[in-house]
Design a protein around this ligand. Structure first.
Ligand code: SF4
Length: 703
């Protein structure tokens, strides 16, 4: 793995003499109180300001403050003119622009493209406080307000729109957000390393247009690869048509197996060469017009996500090109610890008074223990944003933060609501050899099976849970983050510990489906593992004398899902006496592999060609509603729709009033008029951030 300077090793900017702000200023008056005549950096964000490490603007703002910069926050500005963008004055170094913890389109619209009635990242959940495609709009306004100030974009929206991408809300392939926003630089993924280095270099007087070497950045470019670089056409790596033999980057890498047998890993292309190699993806115009090339580009893009071996990418947009440097180097535990222990107030900005801020209420008593996910679920964009190498906090730092929550978090009554991250049980898990990890090209460490090189020892996590419970003043520690239950099955002792001490009556897990067709497109394990997990869950709950339940999550409408698949899932739910309250439709988020399937009807997990495997895709609202209705087969509102579908499918045998029937033949008076997808959007019960690929936000760490 490449190395990087320690995040906190830079010489501080001179403005550190102003000290630490009690809260980062969001107004001129607050800047005056701090004695500032100007900000070095102004962060523009679509979210309200919560000074907590779960919120992007706070973690980046406090990190830059720790580097000595004066950071002001322009939160939820009025975007209808440039006036509000002058609120904090002209920044000395740059505007840092983010949509917030969620993509603005996911934040504002449901999977049925209906406007949401609330926004969990706004005081009192008031909707309408951010524009569609916020990054582009904010960038335009900031430029109008102060010409010549560099514009740097980042956060999940910019990150997932860094190359040409399918946009579900407009049903078009859109250009990279770099083109539309005209930003000078895009920071993708977790951007701490890039933004710290960038800020110090700008402060030293380097023009932003010359800063082209930072990992995790993208920029507009002209003139092809520099002379000392090698340019490869992506079709040399993977054949999008019947051209010639290709390398399958998703096949098991034999080097992993060789290593397991004790044979040294051999990286075929020397690192020095890889570092000077750029892969040319099909242009925006090509992927816009040709679904096969879109799927091919998606496939090659996802291959280049491991910071240990990823190469630069370039994609033409007309006369110009979007150049993507390789992904950022993951943070060390020490860096992540210090980041989380910056002087956050851990609460919303004082100007919000008593206003409710649901996103903060959700996480204020929880502690993040890791970043990243090696699961590789195709509907989820965490890998594209955070990477699949787990970045762990140290045990000591986590325990210190539990003490902070106990002592400082408003309303704390002794229960830590979550110790987690993108996945609850990946803490301290990872590839057992860093050299293998750096050479690996696989998209998932757990699909189709758990890799033999993966360390699955849950022992340290069990010890962490025990120590967390023993912190004075802590009555309970719950685990609310998603559990990777196939991984947990490697450690019955972990499941026992979890079930005995950390389940608050219900444990949410995500099999996502029961049928092999959709599961193979999601890269999720078979439902048999769920059954085995449930056996252990029930047994350990009984032994602990607790009545506890599993709440399984399923997705309707995922690429690869037929109506018959949904029918089989509904029958499975009925057989298991499961009646789901909240159900979800697949939401194609930019850049996810499943989104490429949705748009192209091809499977980028395999070689893509005009004749390669086609994937069934659920497109029309009627079919989306029907698939969702199968998940709520017990809801009388859905019965007319389901009866008709069962008849059309030749399954009238499932209509009737017996136990073996799915839908009754009678209809209760006053019901049946508003099936799934025809109801007013409900207020989202939770908030942090939308898990990409799902229709509603679920409880996830903001990214
Ligand atoms: S554990 Fe993960 S990184 Fe390591 S070889 Fe297996 S798939 Fe690759």
């Amino acid at each position: 793995m490449h190395s990087a300077p320690d995040l906190f090793s830079y010489r501080k900017h001179w403005a550190h003499k102003f000290g630490t702000a009690p809260e980062l200023p969001i107004s001129r008056a607050e800047m005056d109180l701090l004695g500032w005549d100007s900000c070095d950096i102004v962060i523009v964000t679509g979210d309200a300001y919560v000074d907590h490490p779960s919120f992007g603007m706070a973690i980046i703002g406090r990190l830059l403050e720790a580097q000595g910069f004066r950071v002001g926050l322009l939160v939820q500005p009025d975007w209808t003119s440039a006036d509000d963008f002058r609120r904090l004055g002209r920044p000395n170094l740059f505007f840092g622009i983010t949509a917030g913890n969620m993509d603005s389109m996911v934040n504002r619209y449901t999977a049925d493209r209906r406007a949401r009635s609330d926004d969990a990242y706004t005081p009192n959940a008031e909707p309408g406080r951010r524009p569609d495609r916020s990054v582009t709009v904010y960038a335009q306004r900031a430029r109008e307000a102060y010409k010549g100030v560099p514009i740097v974009i980042g956060g999940i929206e910019a990150s997932l729109r860094r190359i040409a991408h399918f946009d579900y809300w407009s049903e078009t392939v859109r250009r990279s957000v770099l083109v539309d926003s005209k930003a000078d630089l895009l920071l993708y993924g977790n951007a701490e390393r890039a933004i710290v280095e960038l800020s110090h270099r700008l402060a030293r007087g380097e023009p932003i247009e010359t800063i082209r070497d930072l990992r995790g950045t993208a920029f507009m470019h002209r003139g092809g690869a520099p002379e000392d670089w090698t340019e490869l056409d992506s079709t040399q790596l993977d054949t999008p048509g019947p051209l010639k033999l290709h390398n399958d980057p998703y096949e098991d890498d034999p080097r992993c197996e060789q290593r397991a047998e004790g044979v040294p890993v051999v990286v075929p292309t020397p690192r020095a060469e890889r570092d000077r190699t750029v892969i040319r993806l099909p242009s925006f115009e090509q992927v816009r017009d040709d679904p096969v090339l879109y799927a091919h580009a998606s496939r090659v893009f996802h291959l280049e996500t491991n910071p240990g071996n990823a190469r630069a990418l370039v994609q033409a947009h007309g006369e110009r090109e979007v150049w993507l440097n390789p992904p950022p180097i993951p943070l060390t535990s020490s860096e992540l610890d210090r980041l989380h222990e910056l002087p956050f107030t851990r609460r919303p900005h004082s100007s919000y008074g008593e206003a409710r801020l649901p996103a903060w209420e959700m996480i204020r008593h929880s502690v993040i223990i890791l970043r990243g996910c090696f699961g590789g679920c195709t509907f989820c964009s965490i890998t594209e944003h955070e990477g699949r190498i787990i970045q762990n906090r140290s045990e000591d730092s986590i325990l210190r933060e539990i003490g902070e929550v106990r002592d400082r978090a408003p309303g704390f009554t002794g229960t830590i609501s979550d110790l987690g991250g993108p996945s609850a049980n990946m803490w301290r898990l990872g590839c057992r050899d860093p050299r293998i990890e750096a050479a690996c090209r696989k998209l998932s460490c757990v699909y189709p099976d758990i890799c033999r090189n993966l360390n699955t020892d849950h022992g340290p996590l069990i010890q962490l849970y025990r120590k967390a419970r023993a912190v004075p003043g802590i009555k309970r520690v719950l685990i609310a983050s998603g559990l990777r239950y196939d991984l947990a099955m490697r450690s019955p002792a972990y499941i026992r510990e979890l079930v005995t001490h950390h389940v608050g009556g219900y444990l949410k897990i995500a099999p996502e489906h029961t049928e092999s067709g959709p599961l193979s497109k999601m890269m999720k394990p078979g439902i048999g593992i769920f059954d085995r997990f449930k056996e252990l869950f029930d047994r350990y709950s009984r032994e602990a004398g607790k009545e506890q339940y599993l709440i399984p999550y399923f997705i309707a409408g995922h690429p690869g899902t037929t109506d018959v698949d949904m029918l089989n899932l509904a029958v499975w739910l009925k057989r298991h006496k499961l009646r789901l309250d909240q159900v979800q439709s697949f939401l194609p988020t930019p850049l996810a592999i499943a989104t490429a399937m949705y748009h192209t009807g091809r499977n980028p997990l395999k070689r893509v060609s005009p004749n390669s495997e086609s994937v069934p895709v659920v497109r029309g609202m009627r079919q989306r509603r029907l698939q969702k209705a199968f998940l709520r087969y017990h809801d009388p509102e859905n019965w007319p729709l389901l009866r008709q579908a069962l008849k059309d499918m030749g399954r009238s045998d499932l209509i009737g009033n017996g136990k073996r029937h799915l839908v009754p033949s009678f209809q209760p008076p006053g019901t049946g008029g508003v099936p799934e997808g025809r109801r007013a959007p409900v207020k989202t019960r939770q908030t942090t951030p939308a898990r990409p690929g799902r229709s509603k936000p679920t409880r996830r760490r903001p990214v």
